[in-house]
Design a protein around this ligand. Structure first.
Ligand code: GLA
Length: 381
């Protein structure tokens, strides 16, 4: 049964009628452009065919009642009395989005409904952004405000930064809000302008979940951000986006070794992401794959956000005959890699890489062939 049908049926069983709306928002995988978003740089993610769904109907009393099928939990809150929690649980994503939308001056109506999703939690595929954007879309369904993807992404990012205390960039919320069916999306994380790019003909995107979960990711992520900001301050620029690699090469010796490596990753990654756009428009899978391979090396050696499990799965993928290129994706330290493969060979690629990765590490991976999907939307009525 599709997830839309699942939340619809549970809604009917719970509330005795069909839902008025079903909202949906996807997770994401990033093809290239990693750790560049908070440097005002470029990213090239795609919204995946895994998403969070909310079946709902409006309420007249400014309250939200949400039932999570995945958490087997039911929670309620009042829109005029939002409470922050010391240890955020799933419901706090909904509360945080309500807070952030109201902080923008939007007048929200309450609703009640059923939530379920198939973006794996904690795998680095942005299940949080999916839940946030699905919640924003649910409020849009019952309230009287315009849906503007960019504004919604910013509001959800603010919920995550300020309500949930996670210092993420804008990539995950932007792609969950703005994804385009069958395309990747180049996002300029400074202007938030987007333009879609096609996957090279005859290719498929495969997500490779190492099965290794991320530890200490928040503190290491924040440390990388600080290192990037310090390097930008050194060059008296607003963000590492503002220095070309030629200029950087000339002045790189001014930085200590560690800062130099961190900055070099961001500066070269921005260039690779723009080159990736060219490769995609030219339909050049080999060139795109090569850029992904170089991105991984830079993330592994200069930015140091890979892990033994990520390196192992990337090596297994890159060694396969069907693979154009693979790299870690998302924040790193565990979670998922992404590979560009020949579409015809994708099912066999999945089998072979699973086997070789298990043989190399003993970890149990999960590999999915994914398709680029649309961003947050109302799928019913
Ligand atoms: C996480 C963050 C994003 C981005 C990536 C790294 O997914 O949520 O904002 O910084 O890491 O590219």
């Amino acid at each position: 049964m599709s997830l839309a049908n699942k939340v619809k049926e549970h809604f009917a069983a719970e509330f005795g009628e069909s839902p008025s709306f079903i909202a949906r928002a996807p997770g994401r995988v990033n093809l290239i452009g990693e750790h560049t978003d908070y440097n005002d740089g470029f990213v090239m993610p795609l919204a995946i065919d895994r998403a969070t769904f909310i079946a709902l109907r409006p309420r007249a009393d400014k309250r939200v009642l949400a039932i999570s099928l995945d958490m087997d939990d039911r929670r309620e809150f009042a829109l005029d009395d939002l409470q922050q929690s010391a240890a955020p649980a799933w419901i706090d994503y909904l509360v945080g989005v309500a807070w952030s939308l109201q902080a923008r001056g939007l007048v929200l109506r309450g609703w009640e409904g059923v939530v379920s999703g198939d973006v794996p939690i904690g795998a680095g595929l942005s299940s949080s952004a999916a839940l946030e954007l699905a919640t924003a879309r649910a409020f849009h369904c019952v309230s009287d405000f315009e849906w503007e993807a960019k504004r919604m992404a910013l509001a959800c990012q603010r919920a995550e930064n300020e309500w949930l205390g996670v210092n993420c960039g804008i990539m995950d919320q932007m792609i969950s809000a703005s994804g385009v069916h069958d395309r990747a999306l180049l996002i300029d994380c400074r202007s938030l302008e987007t333009s879609s790019a096609p996957l090279p003909p005859g290719t498929a995107v495969v997500i490779l979940d190492t099965g290794a979960r991320r530890g200490l990711v928040d503190s290491k992520y924040n440390e990388r951000r600080e290192q990037c900001e310090a390097a930008a301050r050194h060059f008296s620029i607003a963000a590492l986006r503002d220095i070309s690699s030629a200029e950087f090469m000339e002045r790189a010796h001014e930085l200590d070794e560690l800062s130099r490596a961190r900055a070099r990753h961001v500066i070269t990654e921005n260039e690779r992401t723009l080159q990736a756009r060219e490769a995609m428009h030219a339909g050049d899978a080999a060139a795109l794959g090569q850029l992904m391979i170089e991105s991984h090396i830079s993330l592994r050696d200069d930015f140091e956000v890979s892990s033994p499990a990520l390196d192992a799965i990337v090596n297994c993928a890159n060694a396969d005959q069907s693979c154009f290129g693979a790299r870690m994706t998302g924040a790193g330290f565990g979670g998922c890699a992404v590979a560009l493969v020949a579409a015809e060979g994708a099912p066999a690629f999945v089998k072979r890489v699973k086997a070789s990765y298990i043989a190399a590490t003993g970890n149990q991976p999960a590999l999915y062939i994914t398709r680029a999907s649309a961003g947050a939307e109302t799928v019913y009525p």
